[in-house]
Structure formats: structure tokens, C-alpha cells
Design a binder for this molecule. Structure first.
Ligand code: C5P
Ligand code: C5P
Ligand code: ZN
Length: 478
């Protein structure tokens, strides 16, 4: 038995021994998928389960949790960054964030024998301890699925593991799921729960009219098209693409191969003509994951859209709605989720406009940054930072750091986003966010490519200076 499977078995045995389990999970799509996998797999065992969603497992939050008598707690998509603070608790963890106490500068290939966190009451499954990259090869939902597989058959839940991984952008690096995520994908494919195809990697392939897919494209921004409805319609008409079937707008999945090829090759030419590197063109195409059990032409049929629907719930304090949709509700909760999605999309547009109207992104030597003030909700700050970095409008050679007022507590939320290229050169944002925030009296962590923190108000300038120094060291720039 491989070590990861052994750990999953150990955790599932501990869960089976408990009549009652409390799940605590993260508020994003991966967190909601994780909680749903945990909830469903335990319910199938007849366990009494309840759950809650939190933004981060900070010290204050942890105190609140410890004060309640929850019995056995299952932390999903969080926990590994706070192991020291969890000491003494009776809990299991399935997470993929960088574990606390990881020796700094230990690169992935050397991580194989970090293995076990030893504590009498805590069992933790985290890919980083097995030489598997938690930022790209296994999501929180994937880690949770490995335990669900030991609790029962549960292979149908592979679908939610794919939603979680896609929601955490784990398929963006190679244009497809890789590593342990891919093993889980294959299980879902072989059992008929998931299907895959090579196609455009735009958002909204099933639910949006064709011109809107182009109008809202932001990864990368399509020059002359993104943001301009009329230009998008004219572009499609100029390629002889029918915009409607009867009275209905056509959507991407209605197109045949020739039509898709025509559009993509024209978009590619446009990007190259405007000086975009070829990798932007390549990144437009990749694997698309769909779920045959869901209705074709709905958001739930395709993984990227499904994960966005979940983000629209969890990031606005409505994790339960997303969880109920994951568990199968297609009535009341789905309607509520769709309402929340409209709000989420509006918020993202407003946030992007806010950054632009307040002077945009400012550059230092190795970092670039912007301030969201109290206009950008702390729960979508990271999403906005990632969207701007991926847009093709800013320098991808610089790390993106974003600040916003925290809505729940005194202080600033910080989000940071890097690129694969910078990570290959030595960037580890998890280390930067955790160490720099700690030196200023805050707390933070995450992944090498994306991490976050909370810091006291007024510390942003100092934070930037210190982060820049540490990133220079990581990248070997003196
Ligand atoms: O907390 P959690 O692990 O679920 O979130 C991971 C975060 O990392 C997501 O916000 C995702 O957008 C970001 N990420 C990224 N680029 C990647 C991988 C993850 O921005 N290549
Ligand atoms: O909040 P944001 O999207 O920027 O977070 C990026 C990544 O860093 C996520 O995986 C999140 O869970 C993690 N993070 C963390 N500790 C914090 C803030 C964020 O581990 N205090
Ligand atoms: Zn995650």
C-alpha cells in the first residue's frame, strides 16, 4: 500500500470510530467541494455530521472552535498551515496548503520524506509530505476524496474532487489536471461520472451566449474584443458564425469543429499580432471536464462553471447553498446559487474597475501591487489579483500583491499571486506571506504560487519592502 493510501485509511478508521463529526472547511470552490465530499461520505456511513465554513483558521477563530464541544473535527482544505496551534485537539485534516514547519527552501523534489506530522490526536493527510505538489497535483477536495474512497465506494464523488481542483486553478499550469488529481480524474472517467475533451478553455462554454464568452474573456484579455459587446458580435459575424439558433443565442458547445477552429485561429492571430507571446495562444486550448449526470447546457455540466457557482456562494458567506447544490439540490438551493452568481460577477467587474480608476497597478523591482481599500471585499481580493496578473495587461515577471481592508477584523488582508515561471526560479509565496506577516504581528500562508495573509493596519509599505527583499533572495537577485 502506498503511504498516502495508508494515511487515508488511518484517517477513515478514525472517522468511522466516531458517531459524530464536525467538518470545518474553506469558503472557496475547493473548500465547498471538500466539505461536500466529507459530508456525503460520512452520511453514507450513518455518521451524524455537521459543518461550518470559515475564511481562514486564524488564532482567534481557533480559540472559538476550541471553546465549543465539537467532538471529532475534520478540517478540509485548511489546517496544515496552523498545526502548532491545533495541538491538543482531536481532529483529522485533509489539506493541500504548505504545512507549517516545512523547512524553508526545501524544494518539492526533496520533500519526499517529510512524511508524518506526529501528534497523538491529529492525523493529517497533505500531499506536500509525500513529494506531491499541493499547488498543482492535488487539491483540498482531492485530498478529502482519498479519505472518502476509504470510507466507502464513493467514486461518484470524484466529480467534486475535479470541481475543487479546477476551482483552485490546478488545471491551468499544463492545461489539464496532472499528478494525483489525474488519477482521481481517471477513476471518474472510467466509472462514467466524468467526461473530458480538448477544447477552448474560456469561461462559460455551456451557459453563456457565444459573444459573451469573448466579451468577458480575461485570461488572457482578447485585444479589441474583451469588454466590447458590439466588437465581439461583429467579430463572429465577420467569420460567418451564426449567432442564433431560432430565437436562442448559440453557445460555445453548439459550435462544430470547423467553427471552433476558425474562431480560435483568428483569436490566436490577433494575440500574436499585438505582441502576446505564443504561450497565451496555447493556453486558450486545453482539457475541458464535463459531467454526464448533469443537464447539458447548464453551469453544473462543466467543471469550471460549476466551481464558479460554488465560489459565488462561499465567498459571500453562503457556503451552505453551494454545499446543498453539490449534494444534489436542483431546486431551491440551485436557484439561490444562481442569484448569488449574478452578484459575484457584478462584484468582480466593479473590483476591476476600482483598480483601474484608482491608478491601477504600481510597480516596484520584483513586485507590483494595488490597494483595494474598503471597495474590494477581502474574500475576492485574491481572485481579482489573479485576474489582473493573468490578463496580459501587466508584467507577468513581477509578483502581484494586493491589499484590502479586512471586513471582519481590524487590519489588512493581503493576497499574492505568482506564475509557474517564477516558482521554477525559486519563488515561494507561502514562505513570504507567512514570515513577513509574522514579523509584523500578522499571520499568513498558502501555496508557492498563491498565498495570503492578515497584517495590522498601516503596515502595507513595510510589508511590501520586506516581501520584495525576501522574493529577491528566493529568486537569487541581490
Ligand atoms: O485556499 P486554496 O488552496 O483553496 O486556494 C488556492 C488559491 O490559489 C486559489 O485562489 C487559486 O486561484 C490560486 N492559484 C493560482 N494559480 C495557480 C494555482 C492556484 O492563482 N496556478
Ligand atoms: O486569500 P487568497 O485567495 O489570497 O489566498 C491564497 C491562498 O493562501 C489560499 O490557498 C488561502 O487558503 C491561503 N491563505 C492562507 N492563510 C492566510 C490567507 C490565505 O493559508 N492567512
Ligand atoms: Zn484548496
Amino acid at each position: 500500500m502506498d503511504n498516502l493510501k495508508e494515511k487515508a485509511k488511518e484517517i477513515s478508521d478514525k472517522l468511522k470510530d466516531s458517531k459524530k463529526v464536525h467538518i470545518i472547511s474553506h469558503i472557496d470552490a475547493d473548500g465547498l467541494s471538500s466539505a461536500s465530499i466529507a459530508y456525503e461520505s460520512l452520511s453514507r456511513c450513518g455518521t451524524d455530521v455537521d459543518y461550518e465554513f470559515i475564511k481562514q483558521l486564524e488564532k482567534e477563530k481557533l480559540k472559538e472552535i476550541k471553546d465549543k464541544d465539537h467532538g471529532l473535527i475534520w478540517f478540509t482544505d485548511l489546517g496544515s498551515g496552523q498545526l502548532d496551534d491545533l495541538k491538543g485537539m482531536n481532529c483529522v485534516i485533509t489539506d493541500h496548503h504548505e504545512p507549517q514547519g516545512k523547512p524553508s527552501q526545501v524544494r518539492l523534489k526533496d520533500r519526499g520524506n517529510l512524511m508524518n506530522y506526529t501528534s497523538s490526536n491529529i492525523s493529517e493527510l497533505n500531499p506536500h509530505r509525500y513529494g506531491i505538489d499541493g499547488a498543482s497535483e492535488l487539491s483540498g477536495a482531492g485530498a478529502t476524496y482519498l479519505v472518502a474512497r476509504e470510507l466507502g465506494k464513493n467514486t461518484d464523488l470524484s466529480k467534486l474532487a475535479v470541481v475543487g481542483a479546477v476551482g483552485d486553478l490546478q488545471a491551468t499550469k499544463e492545461g489539464r489536471l496532472i499528478g494525483k488529481n489525474r488519477e482521481i480524474l481517471k477513476e471518474g472517467l472510467s466509472k462514467g461520472h466524468i467526461e473530458k475533451r480538448i477544447d477552448a478553455r474560456f469561461y462559460g462554454l455551456e451557459s453563456r451566449p457565444l459573444f459573451k464568452v469573448l466579451q468577458y474573456a480575461n485570461d488572457p484579455v482578447l485585444p479589441g474584443l474583451t469588454g466590447d459587446e458590439e466588437a465581439c458580435i461583429n467579430f463572429l459575424v465577420s467569420l460567418d458564425i451564426e449567432l442564433k439558433i431560432g430565437d436562442e443565442w448559440r453557445r460555445w458547445y453548439h459550435l462544430d469543429k470547423t467553427e471552433k477552429r476558425k474562431i480560435l485561429s483568428e483569436l490566436g492571430k490577433r494575440l500574436l499580432k499585438r505582441g502576446y507571446p505564443a504561450r497565451y495562444v496555447d493556453a486558450m486550448i486545453g482539457e475541458v471536464y464535463t459531467f454526464p449526470g448533469e443537464e447539458l447546457g447548464t453551469m453544473l455540466h462543466e467543471a469550471k462553471e460549476f466551481s464558479t457557482l460554488l465560489n459565488s456562494c462561499g465567498r459571500y458567506g453562503k457556503g451552505e447553498i453551494g454545499l446543498q447544490v453539490c449534494l444534489g439540490d436542483r431546486e431551491e438551493y440551485l436557484k439561490k446559487a444562481q442569484q448569488l452568481l449574478k452578484g459575484h460577477q457584478k462584484v468582480l467587474v466593479e473590483c476591476m474597475n476600482h483598480v483601474e480608476s484608482t491608478g491601477g497597478v504600481k510597480e516596484k523591482e520584483v513586485v507590483q501591487y494595488f490597494h483595494g481599500g474598503d471597495e474590494i471585499p477581502d474574500t475576492v481580493l485574491g481572485t481579482v489579483a489573479g485576474m489582473i496578473l493573468g490578463s496580459g495587461e501587466v508584467d507577468r515577471g513581477l509578483v502581484m500583491i494586493a491589499f484590502a481592508e479586512s471586513s471582519e477584523r481590524e487590519g489588512l488582508k493581503v493576497s499574492s499571486r505568482g506564475t509557474k515561471r517564477l516558482v521554477d526560479k525559486g519563488l515561494d509565496l507561502s514562505e513570504v506571506m507567512s514570515k513577513v506577516s509574522k514579523s509584523l504581528g500578522g499571520e499568513g500562508g498558502g501555496h508557492d504560487i498563491a498565498a495570503g495573509a492578515y497584517i495590522p493596519s498601516g503596515c502595507d509599505k513595510e510589508f511590501l519592502d520586506k516581501a520584495e527583499d525576501m522574493i529577491k533572495t528566493q529568486l537569487g537577485i541581490s
